[in-house]
Design a protein around this ligand. Structure first.
Ligand code: F6P
Ligand code: MG
Length: 499
């Protein structure tokens, strides 16, 4: 189908698409070469397959080097040659829509998706590296550097603050009932945590500065936390009653929230709350974005929905192949849970807080979340559609997405996380910034082409690409004066809802 507006492409030298093709993607691709090189050099001499694995690794490096060359010289796209189940669809699309196209000529969205699929091809053509994730080490490193924020949030969520009931701050708030002020306050905090968790993904930070990641998370936490005293919990602090939280802390927290709220340039969270508070034991689908810290805060948000009784089923949609560097694959999902609650015998845990309160908090949270998975409250699933070249306009009608769409129609709420999911929702086109979100998402919205059975759709997105919609008149003009790169820096965000 034709895009509803002119598709954004790397041909425009002032676009972030151009900058991405020109400088960001070549760095991402080069890092894969380094990663594979390191991995095969670390193979053990005792490994009987060492020779074969080495040869295959060299082949991968050659293919990835070739890919970088094609990208940098703007060579025409070529068909895929591996045997994954999606090959035919990719090759048909290439032949039909992009027969003479290339990286800069095609839409930026297509070129970028094609790049990640070509990366997968290099591994899929081997025996021993088929399932290898060349981004896994980066995902791990950055998640490890998130320890402070991870631990402090775990303490806030689990540490008993009420000496009588042993309930945590969150439990105290939600026990007041789904429509109470406490639950409402918790909801708005959780929304901010979930939103800003998207700011620290790896594909934007192509050379992740770990100090910067920590700083981003510190800022984010101060927006999302409700009890700063327990964030730095000492055993004594763990039994502080809510009333004892210093007035100063609350004031500081309120002003942090306000500062963050200013950075949400279009904020439909009230609309979202209207929907959520009407739900009892519903189903929520979260179309995940990044692994590591963002996934962790997605768990936090999903846990809130369950604890408050809004949802009894949360379906997490992950990617089947390594995608846009840090996106979650099912293996990352389980790995993340494991790091929280599986102590290793050699005392060499992934996270190693020294305070026993902090250790217990991580364990408790990990175990609770694992129990949601074990009893089916949380499900992780994946579908080829999420890593196809198709925009989400095609979800209701694309033949190979029918099973996915029919299943997702059972849901009460679809939450799309992050920048790429947003781009795919709005078809990554040159929409005027004041276009209503409900219009820009085509069949998933409320226009004439509206598809039957789509529930409430929400996007939590920090802005990291050219397209943005749903802004009020004058916001763009104001922002252009505030920061030249506001559309792509990841410092600003939108929460968009189509009821
Ligand atoms: O490389 C382009 C891009 O799609 C940007 O829009 C964004 O910076 C990144 O990749 C993906 O971001 P996210 O992980 O939030 O989808
Ligand atoms: Mg991502």
């Amino acid at each position: 189908a034709n895009p509803p507006q002119k598709a954004l492409s790397g041909q425009d030298k002032n676009s972030f698409g151009y900058a991405t093709l020109q400088s960001r993607l070549p760095v991402i691709v080069s890092k894969i070469v380094d990663d594979v090189y390191r991995s095969y050099h670390n193979l053990s001499d005792a490994d009987p397959l060492k020779k074969e694995k080495e040869q295959e690794a060299k082949k991968i490096i050659e293919l990835i080097g070739g890919l970088r060359y094609e990208l940098q010289r703007d060579k025409p796209f070529r068909p895929l040659t591996d045997e994954r189940e999606d090959v035919e669809e990719w090759n048909q699309t290439l032949a039909e829509y992009y027969p003479t196209s290339s990286w800069y000529k095609a839409s930026w969205l297509f070129s970028e998706c094609y790049l990640y699929r070509r990366i997968k091809e290099a591994f899929a053509l081997t025996q021993h590296w088929k399932d290898y994730d060349p981004f896994f080490e980066q995902k791990q490193t950055v998640f490890k550097s998130s320890q402070k924020a991870v631990v402090s949030m775990a303490v806030q969520l689990t540490t008993p603050v009420d000496p009588k009931t042993h309930k945590s701050v969150l439990d105290i708030k939600v026990q007041e009932g789904p429509e109470s002020k406490g639950t409402r306050d918790a909801f708005f905090e959780m929304v901010q945590v979930s939103l800003w968790g998207n700011a620290t993904d790896l594909s934007l930070l192509d050379n992740p500065d770990l100090a910067k990641v920590e700083e981003l998370q510190r800022r984010m936490l101060s927006s999302g936390s409700s009890n700063n005293s327990s964030a730095n919990a000492s055993p004594a602090a763990s039994t502080v009653h809510l009333d004892q939280v210093a007035q100063e802390d609350r004031e500081e927290h309120a002003s942090e929230l306000e500062k963050h709220a200013d950075k949400i340039l279009s904020n439909d969270s009230e609309l979202l709350w209207s929907k959520v508070k009407s739900m009892r034991n519903g189903r929520v689908d979260i179309i995940l974005d990044n692994s590591g810290f963002e996934l962790y805060v997605d768990f936090v948000f999903a846990d809130f929905l369950v604890r408050a009784g809004f949802a009894s089923e949360v379906v997490f949609h992950a990617k089947r192949i390594p995608w846009f560097v840090s996106d979650v694959m099912p293996i990352d999902f389980q790995w993340t849970l494991d790091q929280l609650h599986r102590p290793t015998s050699d005392n060499n845990n992934f996270f190693n807080p020294t305070d026993p309160i902090e250790q217990q908090a991580l364990q408790a949270l990990g175990q609770k979340w694992q129990s949601y998975v074990n009893n089916g409250t949380w499900k992780v699933t994946s579908h080829e559609f999420w890593t196809s070249c198709y925009a989400f306009y095609h979800l209701p009608t694309h033949p190979s997405a029918q099973d996915l769409f029919q299943d997702m129609r059972q849901s009460d709420l679809w939450i799309f996380k992050g920048d790429l999911n947003y781009r795919k929702l709005v078809y990554d086109c040159g929409w005027p910034v004041t276009t209503p979100f409900t219009k820009a998402i085509g069949p998933l919205g409320d226009g004439e082409e509206k598809a039957e059975g789509v529930p409430t759709v929400v996007s939590f997105r920090t802005c990291k690409a050219d397209v943005v919609v749903g802004l009020a008149e004058g916001v763009k003009e104001k922002m252009d004066k505030v920061a030249a790169n506001w559309q792509v820096s990841g410092e600003y965000a939108v929460i968009s809802v189509s009821p």
